[in-house]
Design a binder for this molecule. Structure first.
Ligand code: SF4
Ligand code: SF4
Length: 208
């Protein structure tokens, strides 16, 4: 099973950065050849487009396997990252989630993740990103609502959430409370008020 990530429309990314003074760009060189192609030119073009909008870029880097090496990548880059308002991550949903988990900074997703349909049903399934094709991590503090919430709700919590626990079991934390706490910590509760539209199932290819 191969996960492909593709850059979101530029206007969407610039919208994410609208209130940021500066940003650091981090591109994953990917786990598959598909994602490694054009990494340098993708990053260069995006950097130029962001600079054109007057947003300062503290630096950029291309690193492999952000999904499993987020902590060590951030440690390695401590000095070059500087002190930007945010980190813009060009990676699959799992890579973005891993970076968001490893830093206190605001993390923006620059890409949407898809599953390569030729590889459906093969390989290991990663449960933290369902490759929905329209990543919403921007609005949920880098935590995927499709996987952290038992019902995969895009707008939560549901009425069953009680004492921070999920209604399906007292052993499970409510995913939407986890998202709320992360957004509160980031000072982004206002963003959490955005309504997330239903998924477009023409691009969200369910895995078999
Ligand atoms: S919203 Fe969730 S499932 Fe969709 S691409 Fe982002 S991390 Fe993956
Ligand atoms: S209680 Fe929380 S995690 Fe459980 S289904 Fe409702 S919103 Fe989702």
């Amino acid at each position: 099973m191969i996960v492909i990530f593709k850059q979101k429309p530029l206007e969407e990314i610039l919208g994410y950065l609208a209130s940021d003074k500066s940003v650091f760009l981090l591109r994953c060189s990917g786990c598959s050849k598909v994602n490694q192609v054009d990494a340098e030119s993708d990053l260069k073009v995006l950097k130029e487009n962001i600079k054109d909008k007057g947003i300062s870029i503290t630096g950029s880097a291309i690193k492999g396997l952000l999904c499993i090496k987020a902590m060590s990548v951030l440690e390695e880059l401590t000095e070059s990252i500087g002190n930007p308002s945010s980190i813009l991550v060009m990676a699959c949903g799992l890579g973005v989630q891993s970076i968001a988990e490893a830093t206190d900074k605001v993390v923006h997703p620059a890409c949407n993740s898809f599953i390569d349909k030729e590889s459906l049903g093969r390989g290991k399934r990663e449960d933290r990103c369902l490759t929905c094709g329209d990543c919403v991590l921007e609005f949920t503090g880098g935590i995927c609502p499709l996987t952290v919430c038992s019902k995969g709700l895009l707008n939560g919590p549901c009425g069953g959430s009680s004492g921070n626990k999920c209604e399906i079991s007292k052993e499970i934390d409510c995913g939407w409370i986890i998202i709320y706490e992360r957004m509160k910590k980031l000072g982004r509760l206002k963003v959490l008020m955005s309504f997330l539209s239903p998924k477009d199932f023409r691009i969200y290819k369910k895995r078999r």
